[in-house]
Design a protein around this ligand. Structure first.
Ligand code: IPM
Ligand code: MG
Length: 371
């Protein structure tokens, strides 16, 4: 059995609390002889700033590059509102994404049957929902230069962010979306603002070219990003795979998360290019939710997005498809039994804390794995 090296970066706020439940899961898998994971841990975000005055250290970056996968909690919080922009907590996450070349961010939004009533939409709109947002993650306005605030000297300042995409960046993310669609319901919706932005014009053109050249068998449609946001809350089941740039993907995935009942339910995988020689790719797995400073330290955070993110690591980094499915089944089973963290609380269901939820998922996993 191969040994897989994991770098755990719990981060700030509820990050360490939900990561504790992934550690429990890793322990379970190791003890049961299902896998051999070796773990190392590091600081990132505000907790790293407190210790080292940077959002991520060179040493941690080197470990992240050497790991088979990085498992990431969350960063940020009001405590670090005043720190210099370059070393703010989020800078640690953005550097990991950029320096590891993690251009493809997969954000599946699945509505578990037991949670259909926890969504802000009606049950019939979300029951059985299963969509995949493919967000470009290393380009666009997040990283484009110039990115500045200039003092104009007349009492005015000017802020500039740059939205920039090259053909190859659009091509490779489009391919990820089309490949995923082929394994799902064979439909891709590409989303941009070509009516206002040049980057949207190019995005639209390149996605069409890749489709014509390589993926004619997949159904492709285009939706302007504002309309796509509207359609997501109107009738989300029309979507299979949505592909979009970094900023629209950030927004649309937060919108999609509420369809599933709670932001505490959404996992994500950030993937790099497959290495032609080793057939492996760099990867980082993180829940879509943030550090939730308002509930940090109270043991009430929902660990499901973090646990499901680890499930995505099994699927996309280690080819452990069966075990990844076990985790999905264990989550569905635990919810079906009526266990709820406060974010997904419902009348008649037992409200539990982070640790109880983590333990319950493992108990259910044990049952699924033995049957
Ligand atoms: C996300 C987050 C990050 C982003 C923040 C924490 C920098 O909102 O992963 O969706 O904007 O990408
Ligand atoms: Mg976000």
């Amino acid at each position: 059995m191969a040994t897989h090296k994991l770098l755990l970066l719990p981060g700030d706020g509820i990050g360490p609390e939900v990561m504790a439940e992934v550690k429990r899961l890793i322990r379970w898998m190791n003890e049961r002889g299902i896998a051999r994971f070796e773990t190392e841990e590091g600081l990132v975000g505000g907790s790293c700033y407190d210790a080292h005055k940077v959002a991520v250290t060179e040493e941690t970056m080197a470990k992240a590059k050497a790991a088979d996968a990085v498992i990431f909690g969350a960063v940020g919080g009001p405590k670090w509102d005043g720190v210099p922009y370059d070393v703010r907590p989020e800078a640690g996450l953005l550097r990991l994404r950029k320096d590891l070349g993690l251009f493809a961010n997969l954000r599946p939004a699945v509505c578990y049957p037991a949670l259909a009533d926890a969504s802000s939409l009606k049950r019939e709109a979300v029951e059985g929902l299963d969509i995949m947002i493919v967000r470009e993650l290393t380009g666009g306005v997040y990283f484009g230069e110039p990115k500045t605030i200039t003092d104009l000297g007349n009492g005015q300042k000017r802020a500039i962010d740059t939205q920039v995409y090259d053909t190859y960046e659009i091509e490779r993310i489009a391919r990820v979306a089309f490949e995923l669609a082929r394994k799902r319901r064979n439909k891709v919706t590409s989303s941009e603002k070509r009516n206002v932005m040049k980057s949207g014009v190019l995005w639209h053109e390149v996605v069409n070219q890749v489709h014509q050249r390589e993926y004619k068998d997949v159904q492709l449609e285009h939706q302007l990003a504002d309309a796509c946001g509207m359609q997501l809350v109107r009738w989300p089941k029309q979507f299979d795979v949505i592909v979009c740039d970094n900023l629209f993907g950030d927004m649309l995935s937060d919108v999609a998360s509420m369809l599933t009942g709670s932001l505490g339910m959404l996992p994500s995988a950030s993937l790099g290019e497959v290495d032609a020689k080793t057939k492996t790719r760099r990867s980082l797995y993180e829940p879509v939710h943030g550090s939730a400073p308002d509930i940090a330290g109270k043991g009430m955070a929902n660990p499901i997005a973090m646990i499901a993110s680890f499930g995505m690591a099994l699927r996309y980094s280690f080819g452990m498809i069966k075990e990844a499915e076990w985790i999905d089944q264990a989550i569905a089973g635990t919810l079906a039994k009526g266990l709820r963290t406060p974010d997904i609380a419902s009348p008649g269901a037992a409200t539990v804390g982070t640790q109880q939820m983590g333990e319950a998922v493992i108990k259910e996993l044990e049952r699924v794995a033995s049957s």
